[in-house]
Design a binder for this molecule. Structure first.
Ligand SMILES: Cc1cc2nc3c(=O)[nH]c(=O)nc-3n(C[C@H](O)[C@H](O)[C@H](O)COP(=O)(O)OP(=O)(O)OC[C@H]3O[C@@H](n4cnc5c(N)ncnc54)[C@H](O)[C@@H]3O)c2cc1C
Length: 375
């Protein structure tokens, strides 16, 4: 009997893991990749969706991978011995790699006509018309809490919105609030100062150390836990991110799942990679990809197929849109290994129109990794 490995999620972590298992084990393994509808979504397309530049379907891609069974299904619970699917059916496996990302707690944010919570292309669609309609007044970009996907992206959203309204000659004032005392405080290396400078240059007011108190929010204003109040005409909210429900039964009720160096959880045989994991690394595609490769190697070692030789080093690249086609890029490398032993090498480029091609390349590569022709 061939051994079976289940991978959950067709984001960067899950796809990297599934492809690595196939490339190294070939026919010796049955690999099942479970993704809700069998279609993946490119999360960095969120901002272009809300700006009306490309609708959500543009950022979706059906998942078809040679030698991998792609099963459209909702996983209710993951264990080291298999998964429970919606409807209660159990699918057994010799190991499970879960890459479900983070869950958006959209219902925590009050449902009001001029408040939109989103952080994916699908959830951003609803805000598009309101963004296009706003002619003047104050637009607030609210970061609800930490952690959230892609730390620089809300600043990118605010700067691209500011450029959009500038271009349209509309008098819209942009305010961004964050619970952090400095943007991307843990990254350092001049990035917090760069983001504050860039926002100031775009006319965006950044309010630091602000945690929204959703129970006190109204149609026109948000109150923060420190008692401060912010009036707005339109609020775009990065909602609280919570642990994916399928991992709820793991010990420790924090948002992020504790894992060891091989990405294995407290439950033997259950590996978790990507945004869902508790590691001192930013929630980015580059980190999720490296962790998917590492977990696949660890599973192959556990099943006696190939030897584990140590973790893959992530190489995240984050694109920050400044509007009018200009992007900057934060590149992180780990030449001396992962923290806490090795220190990251952090590079900042731009803003420049030349970097727009880099963002387009990332989307092309993302698509090519999900749909392999000639099956
Ligand atoms: C606006 C924005 C901009 C970004 N920009 C960048 C950038 O420039 N650079 C960068 O590196 N990163 C960027 N990111 C972050 C990056 O997209 C994430 O870090 C990355 O997608 C995380 O990968 P993942 O595999 O952990 O999970 P995800 O990509 O979140 O994928 C999880 C998958 O699991 C599936 N799933 C979840 N639960 C279930 C279930 N119960 N059953 C079945 N399937 C399930 C989901 O449908 C999803 O397809 C950005 C994110 C956003 C929102």
């Amino acid at each position: 009997m061939r051994k079976r490995v289940i991978v959950i999620g067709a984001g960067p972590g899950g796809v990297a893991a599934a492809r690595r298992l196939r490339n190294r084990a070939g026919d010796r393994l049955e690999i099942v990749l479970i993704e809700r509808t069998g279609v993946a979504e490119f999360l960095p397309g969120t901002i272009a969706t809300v700006l009306g530049e490309a609708p959500a379907p543009h950022w979706r891609q059906p998942v078809q991978l040679r030698g991998i069974v792609v099963q459209p299904a909702e996983v209710q619970r993951a264990t080291g011995r298999g998964v429970v699917l919606a409807g209660g059916r159990m699918l057994e496996a010799d190991a499970v790699i879960a890459a479900p990302g983070l869950h958006l707690a959209l219902t925590v944010v009050p449902d009001r006509p001029n408040v939109f919570a989103f952080w994916s292309p699908s959830t951003a669609e609803a805000a598009r018309a309101a963004v296009a309609r706003l002619r003047s007044g104050r637009l607030a970009v609210i970061i609800s809490g930490l952690p959230y996907r892609c730390p620089p992206a809300p600043y990118s959203l605010a700067m691209q919105l500011a450029a959009f309204y500038r271009q349209q000659r509309r008098d819209v004032q942009l305010v961004l609030t964050t619970p952090e005392e400095a943007p991307l405080a843990s990254l350092g290396h001049g990035i917090p100062e760069f983001l504050l400078r860039s926002c100031a240059a775009a006319g965006i007011e950044v309010q630091l150390g602000r945690r929204p108190d959703w129970s006190a929010a109204s149609d026109q204003a948000i109150t923060f836990t420190d008692g401060n109040r912010l009036a707005f005409d339109l609020a775009l909210v990065i909602p609280p991110h919570t642990r994916a429900p399928l991992l709820a039964t793991l010990p420790d009720d924090e948002v992020l799942v504790p894992v060891d160096e091989r990405l294995e959880t407290a439950e033997p045989g259950l590996f978790v990679v990507g945004d869902a994991t508790r590691t001192p690394l930013p929630r980015t595609a580059g980190v999720a990809t490296a962790q998917g490769l590492t977990a696949a190697d660890a599973v192959l070692d556990r099943l006696g197929l190939t030897r584990y030789k140590g973790p893959h080093l992530p190489a995240p690249e984050c694109y920050i849109g400044h509007g009018e086609g200009r992007y900057s890029r934060i590149t992180i490398r780990f030449p001396d290994g992962l923290p806490p032993d090795g220190q990251p090498d952090i590079r900042l480029e731009g803003p420049s129109p030349a970097l727009a091609a880099g963002f387009a390349r990332v989307f092309d590569e993302w698509r090519a990794l999900r749909t392999e022709r000639n099956q």
